[in-house]
Design a protein around this ligand. Structure first.
Ligand code: ADP
Length: 567
C-alpha cells in the first residue's frame, strides 16, 4: 500500500512538473526583461492569474523578480538545485521546503535567453494540494484493496468449505469401500474435476458390489451343492494341503465336529494313509487317470475313493479332487449274499446227499430185502419232505423280501386263529409231551392282518416253542390289547411263552438271521430249516408290527409280537 501511495504521488508530481515547466516558458515569454519592482508587479499579476509563485533569477543567482514579495528582500538563489540545473541544462525541477512561503513546493525552472542576456524563470506550486489529493486517492485505493481482499477471502472460504465437505465425503466413501461395507449412493455433485472423481468412484463401488454379489451367489450355490451331496468331497493342493472338504467328507473321515480340516495336510486328517497316498500319486503323475482306492474310514466304515487331478484353463494341474463313497452297506450286503448262497447250497446238499445215498443202496442188493427197503424209503421220504420245506421257506422268504407277497389285510380275531394253530400242532405237542394253553384277555380287538400270514407266524412260533421245550414242559399263547403310548395307533400283543431250554443272551440279536441256529445239529434233528424266525420277522414288519424275543437259558423263552389293531 505505501508503495502504491508513493508511486501515485510521484506520478502526479511528474505530470505537474511538466505542466509547470510549460507554464514557466509562457511566463518567461510574457514577462518583460526588467528587474526590481517593475518585474515584481508583472510577476505578481501572472502569478495570481495562474495560481502559482513566479520568480525570475539572474544568471548570477540574484533574484530579479518575485511574485510573493519584493525581490530586493530575497537572498541570493544561486544555490537552488532547480536554478543550477536550469542554468546548466536549460530546465530543472525540484521539490523542496521553501522558507519564503513556508510550504513544500514543486519548482520548475527554465533558462530563457535573449541575445546575450540570460535569466531563469521559475514557477512553483505548493505540493499540499497534490499531497492531499494523493492521500485521498490512497485512501480509496486502500479501502478498495481491503474490500476486494475481504470479498476474495469470503469467496475462498465458502468455496474451500464446500470443497472440504466434498473431499470428506469422498474419503468416508472410499473408507467404507475399502472396509468392504455397503456404500451409499455417490453421484457427481458438480461438473468439475471432483465431480468426475465422485462419479468414477460411485461407478466403481457399484461394480464392486455387483461383482461381490455375483461371487456370493456362486459361492452359495457351490456350498449348497457340496452340502447336498451324498458323497464326501475333498480338494487338496498339489502339496496335499486340504483346501476344501464338505460335511459328508468330515463325517466319513470321522473328523471331530469342531475341526474344520482346511489348511491341514491330508495325511493328518485321514486315518488310512492310502487316501493321502492316492492324492500324492495323482499330483506327482501328470497323466494320471482317475483312480480308486478302498480304505478304512472312521467308525469302521468302508470308503471307496475316486481321485482325479484338477487342471486350470492352461492345462496345468493345480490340485486333486477326491470323491468319497460310503460302501460299508454295499460291502455288508455282498457278504450277506455270499453267505446266503453258501448256506442255501449247504442246506440243500445235506438232504440231497442222504436221498442219493439211500437210493443208491436201495438199487443195490440191499434193496431186495423188503424190510430194509421200507426203512430206507422212509428216510428218503423224510429228507425229501425236509427238502420241500426248505424250498417252501426259501420261496416264502424271497417273495417277502422282494415284496411280491401282497397282504390281504382284514380284521382277524386273534382267539380263533390261535385255536386253529394249536389244533394243527396238537399231534406234535402230544408227541413231545408238551402242554399248550391259550389266554385271550377280554376285549382284545381284532388285528388288521392277512389271516394266512398271521397263522404262519403263529405256527412258526408255537412250533419252535414245542420243539425247544423238553417233555413235560408248557407252552402258553396269550393275547391282549396293548395301548402303549398315547398318540400311537392301538395294537394287539401276542405272547408265545415256553418253559424250554432258552437261548444264550449273545445269540438273541442274531435269531432272525437266515439259517441262524443256536444248535445246528439239534435244529436239523427236529426238522428246522433255520428260516422260521426270519419269515416271522418279515411278516410282522410287513404288517407294521414289531417282534421281540427275550429268554433265560434253561428257564424258557418269550416271544412278543405286536400287530396293529383293526379300528
Ligand atoms: P429253526 O427252523 O431252526 O427252528 P428258526 O428261525 O425258527 O429256525 O429259529 C432259529 C433258532 O432259534 C433255532 O435254531 C433255535 O436255536 C432258536 N430258537 C427259536 N425259538 C426258540 C425257542 N422257543 N426256545 C429256544 N430256542 C429257540
Amino acid at each position: 500500500l505505501p508503495v502504491v501511495g508513493v508511486m501515485l504521488e510521484r506520478h502526479q508530481v511528474e505530470t505537474l512538473g511538466t505542466r509547470l515547466l510549460a507554464e514557466a516558458h509562457a511566463v518567461g515569454e510574457a514577462l518583460p526583461w526588467a528587474s526590481g519592482p517593475t518585474l515584481d508587479v508583472a510577476c505578481a499579476r501572472l502569478a495570481t492569474d495562474l495560481g502559482v509563485r513566479v520568480t525570475v533569477i539572474g544568471p548570477d543567482g540574484k533574484v530579479l523578480g518575485e511574485s510573493t514579495r519584493s525581490s530586493e528582500s530575497l537572498e541570493d538563489h544561486a544555490d537552488r538545485p532547480e536554478f543550477r540545473e536550469a542554468l546548466g541544462d536549460g530546465e530543472g525541477r525540484s521539490v523542496r521546503w521553501s522558507d519564503t512561503v513556508r510550504d513544500r513546493l514543486l519548482y520548475a525552472a527554465w533558462r530563457q535567453t535573449r541575445a546575450n542576456e540570460v535569466r531563469v524563470v521559475r514557477v512553483a506550486l505548493p505540493l499540499t494540494a497534490v499531497t492531499a489529493n494523493a492521500a485521498q486517492v490512497r485512501q480509496f485505493v486502500i479501502l478498495g484493496i481491503l474490500l476486494a481482499s475481504l470479498l476474495g477471502l469470503g469467496v475462498a472460504f465458502v468455496l474451500s468449505r464446500a470443497m472440504l465437505r466434498r473431499l470428506q465425503r469422498l474419503i468416508a466413501f472410499s473408507e467404507r469401500l475399502a472396509a468392504g461395507e455397503p456404500t451409499p449412493y455417490l453421484g457427481p455433485e458438480r461438473a468439475d474435476e471432483l465431480g468426475l472423481l465422485e462419479a468414477q468412484l460411485g461407478a466403481m463401488a457399484a461394480r464392486v458390489a455387483s461383482t461381490i454379489a455375483e461371487l456370493r451367489i456362486e459361492h452359495e450355490r457351490l456350498e449348497a451343492i457340496l452340502r447336498g451331496m451324498n458323497e464326501g468331497v475333498v480338494v487338496t493342493q498339489l502339496d496335499g494341503t486340504v483346501v476344501l472338504l464338505n460335511a459328508r467328507a468330515r463325517e466319513l473321515l470321522a473328523l471331530p465336529r469342531e475341526q474344520d480340516g482346511r489348511g491341514r495336510p491330508l495325511v493328518e486328517l485321514a486315518r488310512d494313509p492310502a487316501l493321502a497316498e492316492l492324492a500324492r500319486v495323482l499330483a506327482a503323475d501328470d497323466v494320471a487317470a482317475p483312480r480308486d482306492v478302498t480304505l478304512e474310514g472312521g467308525n469302521g466304515r468302508t470308503i471307496q475313493v475316486n481321485g482325479a487331478v484338477l487342471r486350470g484353463l492352461d492345462g496345468e494341474p493345480f490340485g486333486v479332487v477326491l470323491v468319497l463313497h460310503d460302501v460299508t452297506e454295499l460291502r455288508r450286503l455282498e457278504v450277506v449274499r455270499r453267505d446266503f448262497v453258501a448256506n442255501v447250497s449247504h442246506e440243500l446238499r445235506t438232504p440231497l446227499t442222504a436221498i442219493k445215498g439211500y437210493a443208491e443202496t436201495l438199487l443195490g442188493p440191499a434193496g431186495d430185502d423188503r424190510e430194509t427197503a421200507r426203512r430206507f424209503l422212509a428216510v428218503i421220504d423224510r429228507h425229501s419232505e425236509r427238502l420241500g420245506r426248505l424250498i417252501d421257506d426259501l420261496l416264502t422268504l424271497s417273495n417277502l423280501e422282494l415284496g411280491r407277497t401282497s397282504l390281504r389285510l382284514a380284521p382277524v380275531l386273534v382267539g380263533p386263529a390261535i385255536d386253529d394253530v394249536l389244533q394243527i400242532l396238537a399231534a406234535r405237542s402230544a408227541q413231545s409231551h408238551v402242554e399248550c394253553s391259550t389266554a385271550i384277555a377280554p376285549g382284545t380287538p381284532p388285528v388288521l392282518a392277512d389271516g394266512d400270514r398271521l397263522r404262519q407266524v403263529l405256527i412258526n412260533l408255537v412250533d419252535n416253542a414245542i420243539k425247544y421245550t423238553p417233555a413235560g414242559g408248557h407252552v402258553a399263547v396269550r393275547a391282549a390289547s396293548a395301548n402303549g403310548r398315547p398318540g400311537r395307533a392301538p395294537q394287539v400283543e401276542i405272547l408265545v411263552e415256553d418253559t424250554g431250554i432258552g437261548i444264550p443272551a449273545q445269540d438273541l440279536p442274531r435269531l432272525t438271521e437266515r439259517f441262524f441256529r443256536v444248535d445246528k445239529a439239534r435244529s436239523r434233528e427236529l426238522g428246522g430249516t433255520g428260516l422260521g424266525l426270519a419269515i416271522v420277522k418279515h411278516i410282522v414288519q410287513a404288517h407294521g408290527g414289531s417282534l421281540a424275543i427275550d429268554s433265560t437259558l434253561g428257564t424258557g423263552t418269550r416271544v412278543r409280537v405286536r400287530l396293529p389293531a383293526a379300528s
